[in-house]
Design a protein around this ligand. Structure first.
Ligand SMILES: Cc1cc2nc3c(=O)[nH]c(=O)nc-3n(C[C@H](O)[C@H](O)[C@H](O)COP(=O)(O)OP(=O)(O)OC[C@H]3O[C@@H](n4cnc5c(N)ncnc54)[C@H](O)[C@@H]3O)c2cc1C
Length: 302
């Protein structure tokens, strides 16, 4: 049931930057998931604060979404306000440092780096998300993470609506983990880079992309489904359970890399969820290891 007062306020404040009852499949890399009550695209910090004031007044549930490449949204959708960061993508070059807003895509940032002969984050090539999502998950490769390049992060505490600026040393980062919780909106970050020849940067990016193409499958996915349970690799454990190629509905476990689930196009979030459950059961049974999802499950999956 839509709240008409809430709706009229949202429309008044955000006009064209709001979508109502919108299929989230269009905003996630898995290309599945139901509708969000509202999807809003703030353009700046002031608008983000405004949204959280409204959320507080109307006691609405909310979800912060970057490029939607590390989430699985339920087929029942999200009964609240989804705040997309995709229109917050300003950046400022400061010599060998760059300050960028959360919604800037990694691919866009890498392009800026090439244009300005700045090196240091080539290892992020091929990661399809935004800077905000990358910081929240400490995205990267096995032993190279975005956190290594951070000078500071500015975030909004959603409860107090205060902006906090923390230097890298004050933030906890680990493998696919940071201490940014659900009540913090990452606004911007400053990364430190170093000067390098454009050709060398391009060459490194090419190398990382080549490695990715060799190892990872194409298709609608959210990248690795599970974190690697040190010292093992989730993909290897899944493969040893004989699950490569196994399918449910229109989704299947990749034969190229067993830690990837691919939606052929018409798959539902439920199909992905059932595959996740099956993998967890089989790996637990065979190896007594509890796999932990790297992707975030949003909404109802019962
Ligand atoms: C083909 C493919 C390959 C991938 N390869 C890799 C890889 O090699 N390494 C890797 O680490 N990841 C990888 N990923 C996963 C994913 O791309 C990254 O985790 C990415 O950084 C997520 O960014 P996003 O903008 O899509 O985040 P989303 O999926 O939109 O969000 C992820 C989480 O971050 C939160 N979030 C997003 N923005 C903000 C913000 N501004 N403030 C607070 N919270 C926020 C969301 O609420 C959610 O909890 C891959 C994904 C795909 C599809």
């Amino acid at each position: 049931m839509l709240n008409t007062k809430l709706e009229s306020i949202l429309l008044k404040e955000f006009g064209k930057d709001i979508l109502k009852d919108f299929p989230m499949a269009q905003y996630t890399s898995f290309k599945c998931g139901g509708k969000a009550k509202y999807l809003i695209f703030p353009r700046n910090i002031e608008e983000v604060i405004k949204i959280f004031e409204i959320i507080e007044n109307f006691n609405e549930d909310f979800l912060i979404l970057g490029k939607g490449t590390n989430v699985l949204i339920s087929d029942d959708g999200f009964n609240g306000i989804v705040i997309s960061t995709l229109k917050m993508k300003n950046f400022i070059l400061k010599g060998e440092e760059i300050e960028c807003e959360c919604g800037l895509k990694i691919s866009e940032l890498l392009k800026i780096c090439i244009e300005n002969s700045l090196s240091g984050i080539e290892f992020l090539s091929g990661i399809p998300g935004t800077i905000g999502g990358a910081i929240r998950n400490n995205a990267g490769l096995k032993e190279k993470w975005i956190s290594e390049r951070i000078n500071y992060v500015e975030s909004l505490n959603i409860k107090t609506l205060k902006i906090i600026k923390r230097r890298r040393e004050e933030i906890f980062f680990d493998y696919r983990k940071s201490d940014f919780k659900k009540d913090e909106f990452i606004l911007k970050t400053e990364l430190f880079l170093q000067k390098e020849k454009k050709d060398k940067i391009k060459e490194m990016i090419k190398k990382y992309l080549k490695e990715r193409v060799e190892k990872q499958p194409l298709g609608y996915s959210a990248g690795s489904i599970f974190k690697n349970p040190y010292p093992f690799y989730a993909g290897e454990l899944i493969e040893k359970c004989g699950l490569k190629g196994y399918s449910i509905g229109d989704c299947f476990i990749s034969s190229k890399h067993a830690n990837f689930i691919i939606n052929k196009g018409r798959g539902r979030a439920k199909d992905v969820y059932e595959l996740i459950k099956l993998i967890k059961e089989k790996v637990k049974e065979k190896f007594n290891i509890e796999l932990e999802t790297e992707i975030e499950l949003i909404g109802d999956f019962k």
